[in-house]
Design a protein around this ligand. Structure first.
Ligand SMILES: C[S@@+](CC[C@H](N)C(=O)[O-])C[C@H]1O[C@@H](n2cnc3c(N)ncnc32)[C@H](O)[C@@H]1O
Length: 274
């Protein structure tokens, strides 16, 4: 499975657990209101594809207190952590080892399928999206957070973060066979799949809407989890990567500073006629 999960090391790292916690704290307050539009029945069946330690699965299970939620992932340590953290919500919320490239679920099973912070990190995202649509019932929805590393903006200091964000995602993506700009490409993929009612919204993670320490924790976790790999597979050295990240963190922590990460939230409906 390693070839289909080129970020396996980073995804299993301790820094990813704190990253996903900080990301959920930053993003969920703006994201949660978007779920109303799916008009789910109270006992909806929901899949969280690539659930990690269950930040999204648990929040959606709390948002829909009668829904049945299944989180799937291929990292057993994340699944174990999710099970122990959210045992109070079991068995309505459960976690299983399944690959989103080849789910064990029957066609047309779920009313809603979440896939948050995943498809930028894997090759062949269109195969995964087709698999997610397969298990969604006609009239059900996909709810995606496809990250896009051209949508992060920081002020310049001694270093210019624009140089980092120009160079690193293209080289990292080329080396891992992934699209780190998939946020802007997801609409086209879903259109080609002939899905309906495609929407693209943005959660704005910036220094006005999100506590500075929460935003800073995301960048710290990226620094801790990704600097080695950046040094190995991009033209930016490990030390330079750390210096860029440290400057971005200082920018966020500066009470007079401003920084923003635009996080796309993309949804689409599986046609009734499918
Ligand atoms: C950045 S984490 C996002 C976790 C979670 N969705 C959230 O919002 O907090 C990406 C997750 O996708 C998982 N993943 C990658 N490839 C996968 C696959 N083929 N099947 C299932 N999960 C996969 C990783 O193991 C990792 O836990």
């Amino acid at each position: 499975m390693t070839d289909l999960n080129p970020q396996a090391k980073q995804m299993a790292d301790e820094s990813m657990v704190r990253n996903l916690r900080a990301q959920a704290r930053a993003i969920w307050p703006q994201e949660s209101g978007l779920f109303r539009r799916y008009a789910l029945r109270a006992d909806a069946r929901i899949l969280d594809a690539g659930c990690g330690p269950g930040e999204g699965s648990s929040r959606v299970a709390e948002l829909f207190p009668r829904a049945e939620v299944l989180g799937v992932d291929i990292i057993d340590a994340s699944l174990d952590l999710a099970r122990s953290r959210y045992s109070a919500l079991a068995p309505r919320l459960r976690f299983e080892h399944q690959s989103i490239f080849e789910l064990r679920e029957a066609d047309r099973t779920f009313d809603l399928v979440l896939c948050r912070h995943v498809i930028h990190s894997i090759p062949h995202p269109e195969r995964v999206l087709a698999e997610l649509a397969r298990v969604t019932r006609p009239g059900g929805y996909l709810h995606l957070i496809p990250e896009d590393y051209g949508m992060l903006h920081f002020q310049r200091g001694a270093l210019d973060p624009r140089d980092f964000w120009y160079q690193v995602p293209r080289s990292f993506g080329a080396a891992t066979g992934t699209d780190l700009f998939i946020g802007r490409n997801t609409f086209s993929i879903l259109s080609a799949m002939k899905l309906e009612q495609i929407t693209v919204d943005y959660v704005v993670v910036d220094t006005l809407r999100v506590p500075r320490e929460t935003f800073a924790a995301i960048i710290e976790a990226w620094r801790d989890g990704y600097s080695d790999a950046i040094g190995e597979i991009t033209p930016i050295s490990r030390n330079d990567a750390v210096a860029y990240f440290d400057q971005m963190i200082a920018n966020i922590r500066d009470p007079r500073g401003y920084a923003v990460w635009m996080v796309p939230v993309v949804s689409a409906r599986v046609p009734l006629s499918r």
